[in-house]
Design a protein around this ligand. Sequence first.
Ligand SMILES: C[S@@+](CC[C@H](N)C(=O)[O-])C[C@H]1O[C@@H](n2cnc3c(N)ncnc32)[C@H](O)[C@@H]1O
Length: 227
Amino acid sequence: MNKKELFNSIAKNYDRINDAISLYNHRFFRKKAINRIDKNSPKKILDLCCGTGDICRLLSKKYPDAKIIGVDFSANMLEIARKRLPDIEFIEHDIHILPFCNETFDICTISFGLRNVDDLQKVIKEIHRVLKPDGIFLNLDLGKPNKFWNIFLKPYMYVIVPILGKFANGSGLPLKYFVHSNETFPAPDKLKEIYSDFGLIQIQRFDYLFGQISCQICKKIMKNALE
Ligand SMILES: C[S@@+](CC[C@H](N)C(=O)[O-])C[C@H]1O[C@@H](n2cnc3c(N)ncnc32)[C@H](O)[C@@H]1O
């Protein structure tokens, strides 16, 4: 099963799985993260890997006058998002190549999405391209928890999460993928370097749950300003 098929297969239960594995905490982190964005009157906002639309919904509450676009390659995720949020535009597309002109968006967000992409650098480069100068990029994802928290977290991730996933989904496969992707995804300190290589300068970082969840907010600077 490739990644697109995997996300299509869990779409129907995705929100339930999120509630189960995070013990309902994911709603809190998402809200906190979006509230941290400091940008006045953005006209266009892009949410990548938008899934069933949670982040788009929060963005539309915070910025009711902005045009918000969600992009995801899973048709099944988008079907749910469109039903929930009929006023938001959703586009089915792979985020490695974004179907937008240069400097289109004031804000670009991605939540629990970067970890899944095949070519992180390519995606960051695309985000930089479609953001306006001074545009804001926000990434919310799993971070690297401190050693103390890991003592509790490892058994939770490897034993409890797959059990919860089986209840929510009927199959342990997507949750095994989730645990694996958490191990291979770069730590927030490394992400900061990658962002910077592509002209996205980290201006804020917030960690929750002793580093288990991390939110980084960057500002786009023009490439030649780096040289
Ligand atoms: C873990 S879900 C996160 C969904 C949502 N952002 C959230 O916070 O709940 C990851 C999403 O990324 C999408 N995705 C993964 N790789 C993608 C890619 N290369 N292009 C577009 N969407 C992708 C999946 O279809 C899925 O909806």
